[in-house]
Structure formats: structure tokens, C-alpha cells
Design a protein. Structure first.
Length: 266
């Protein structure tokens, strides 16, 4: 049986080596070369001493934090209500359904919605407020990014709420706790792992967004993902792009370590 397991694990291991380990090693290797192909540590020195790159890092963390908080504020009540519904699986599927739509298509859809002649500005003109510059703003970028990430926050929170033993909630009520006290002292702590998983699923990808920064943010929002794209595709400075990529990967790993489950810590 163990031989059979090892045999079926071969394709998976090959996939991991070819498309995870090998690219990471190439990224590490490339980060030690400058634009002329010379072996150097200047890329790391430039990154950690450049105000521009440090500001990009701060912007990436800030925007990712805002997107994650906005997503959490919407997702937790939604997941909590879903867990109480009769046809919860159907409603959950309807929430997850938009994730099947290509990200580029959703971005272009919001360009039409938030554009100068889009439906939002048409409504604002109808009520007498007048057209506003919505597209290519921080608000539009955060709104669209949060909309795209919401299903990835709802799903782990919903699963954690579903796993809570109903007897614990009933016991809380029997002991005289109010609904608010039960939520704060029983439901919320027991769903913490779902919140952590949702935090990872939203915050980490939000650090490296670059397509939305161009299409929705209009390049007004500059993040590490944007810097990586520019170094690889515009300036052709692959060494600097790889260096930023390595910093981003290390940051993601640190976040995963800090937000891992208690069981994993033990």
C-alpha cells in the first residue's frame, strides 16, 4: 500500500519541484545579478536603502490591510447569517460563483460601472449630485479588490462557524448569557481559526496585486506587485524584480507563520 501511495505521489512531487521549487530557486539566483548580469548584492542594498521601495512596501501593506479589514467587516456577518439559513449550501454556492469569472473580465466590468459614463455616475446625475471621478481612485481600487476577495474570506469563516458544536451555544444560553455575550465569548473565539485562514487568503494575495492597480487604480496605487511588473517587463532589470519578489515571498511566509493555527504552534 505504501508503494502504491508513493507511486501516485510522483506526479504531485514532480509538479511541486517543477512549478514551485524550481521557480523559487531561479528567483533567488536571479536576485544576485544586476541589470548587466554581474554578480552583486546591490539589489538588496538598493531595496533596503531606497525611500521609493520602502514607500512601496508600506503602501502594499497599508492597502492589503485596508482591503482585508473591509473584506472581514462584510464577510463575517455574511458568513454568520449564512450559517443560520436553511438552504445555506445554495447561498454559499451563489457567493462563490463569481470566483469562476475571469479576473480581467471583472476588472473591465467595473471600469464600465465606475467610468465617466458608467451606471454609478448616471445614477448620481439622476439624483442631482452630478458625475464624480470614481474610477482611477483609491476608493475604486479598494472597492474592487475587496469585492473580488470577499468569497475567499467568507468560505473559511463559514466553515469554522459550521464546525461549532451547537451544544456549546445552548449551554451558554442555559447559563444565563445573552446573545451578545454568547457571540463574544463562545462563537467568536471558536471561529478565530476561520478568521485567520480568511486573513491569509485575502491579505497575502492583496500584497502583490498589480493588474487592478493599472486597470482600476490607474497607476495611482503603487505596490510591490507593480514594481515587480515594471522591473521585469519595462526596465528589464530582472535582478531587482527578483529581489522584490523574494522580499514579498518572505513577507508572505512571515504572515503565514504569525497567523497559523494554535494546533500548528503546538
Amino acid at each position: 500500500m505504501s508503494r502504491m501511495r508513493r507511486f501516485f505521489a510522483i506526479p504531485y512531487m514532480m509538479w511541486i519541484v517543477l512549478f514551485v521549487v524550481a521557480p523559487l530557486l531561479l528567483l533567488v539566483y536571479q536576485s544576485f545579478f544586476d541589470i548587466s548580469g554581474n554578480l552583486t548584492l546591490d539589489n538588496y542594498k538598493t531595496y533596503f536603502t531606497s525611500i521609493t521601495y520602502l514607500k512601496m512596501t508600506a503602501n502594499s501593506v497599508l492597502y492589503a490591510g485596508i482591503i482585508t479589514i473591509a473584506t472581514l467587516i462584510i464577510s463575517y456577518p455574511t458568513a454568520y447569517i449564512l450559517a443560520q439559513l436553511k438552504n445555506k449550501q445554495l447561498w454559499l454556492m451563489l457567493i462563490i460563483l463569481p470566483t469562476w469569472v475571469n479576473l480581467l473580465l471583472k476588472a473591465y466590468a467595473f471600469i464600465g460601472i465606475f467610468g465617466k459614463y458608467g451606471s454609478v455616475n448616471s445614477f448620481l446625475q439622476f439624483v442631482g449630485i452630478g458625475a464624480k471621478q470614481i474610477l482611477f481612485t483609491d476608493f475604486s481600487f479598494i472597492f474592487v479588490a475587496a469585492y473580488i476577495e470577499i468569497p475567499f474570506m467568507i468560505l473559511p469563516i463559514f466553515n469554522s462557524l459550521e464546525e461549532i458544536d451547537r451544544n456549546l451555544i445552548d449551554a451558554s444560553y442555559d447559563l444565563g448569557a445573552t446573545k451578545f455575550q454568547t457571540f463574544m465569548q463562545v462563537i467568536l473565539p471558536l471561529s478565530a481559526n476561520g478568521i485567520k485562514a480568511g486573513f491569509q487568503a485575502v491579505f497575502i494575495p492583496s500584497l502583490s496585486l498589480f493588474m487592478l492597480t493599472r486597470l482600476i487604480g490607474g497607476n495611482r496605487v503603487i505596490t510591490l506587485g507593480t514594481a515587480i511588473e515594471q522591473n521585469f517587463l519595462v526596465t528589464q532589470n530582472w535582478g531587482m524584480g527578483a529581489t522584490i519578489g523574494m522580499v514579498l515571498i518572505i513577507t508572505m511566509l512571515a504572515i503565514m507563520f504569525l497567523t497559523r493555527d494554535k494546533e500548528a504552534k503546538e
